[in-house]
Design a protein. Structure first.
Length: 160
């Protein structure tokens, strides 16, 4: 009698696992809209140099930046967003590196302001490459001794 009950329980568990597997396979994988292709890490700048005649260096001293997006409605609050940006600039340009270092807080302010001026929906619609290009223009407008080549995000997360 105990063996019969045990076999029934095992059969039910196997059936549940089988049905769950079939349902999962038929349902398919739907990626989240918040997933993104990761940018290279600053230490991977050498791989970026292979694709360019201009040698690049990474400026990664901006650290993690937290901002709150613009609220999408009157009675709503903004969504916290966490960004860890880094910049590429011409390798060996120590004078320009010093200018970037001196203006680090200005650059962080530009990035925080940019994200606080847009709702989460607007940022998702703009797409990451467009956001990076707009930030690149705003940041480069602050420099007199050179220009950064690109803006990258090691981390770009909306907190829900």
């Amino acid at each position: 009698m105990k063996d019969k009950v045990l076999y029934i329980i095992i059969g039910c568990l196997a059936g549940i696992i089988l049905l769950g597997t079939v349902f999962g396979l038929l349902n398919g994988h739907r990626p989240s809209e918040n997933l993104r292709n990761a940018d290279p890490e600053p230490k991977e700048i050498t791989s970026l140099n292979k694709h360019s005649t201009e040698r690049l260096a990474a400026y990664s001293d901006l650290g993690q930046i937290r901002a709150v997006t613009k609220p999408s409605g009157k009675n709503e609050s903004g969504i916290p967003v966490v960004i860890t940006p880094w910049l590429s600039y011409p390798e060996g340009d120590t004078v320009f590196f010093e200018e970037i270092s001196r203006k680090r807080l200005v650059i962080k302010g530009i990035i925080q302001t940019y994200f606080s001026e847009h709702t989460q929906k607007e940022l998702l619609e703009l797409t990451e490459p467009k956001i990076k290009n707009e930030l690149l223009e705003k940041i480069n407008s602050q420099f007199t001794l050179g220009k950064i080549s690109s803006v990258y995000f090691s981390e770009y997360i909306f907190l829900q």
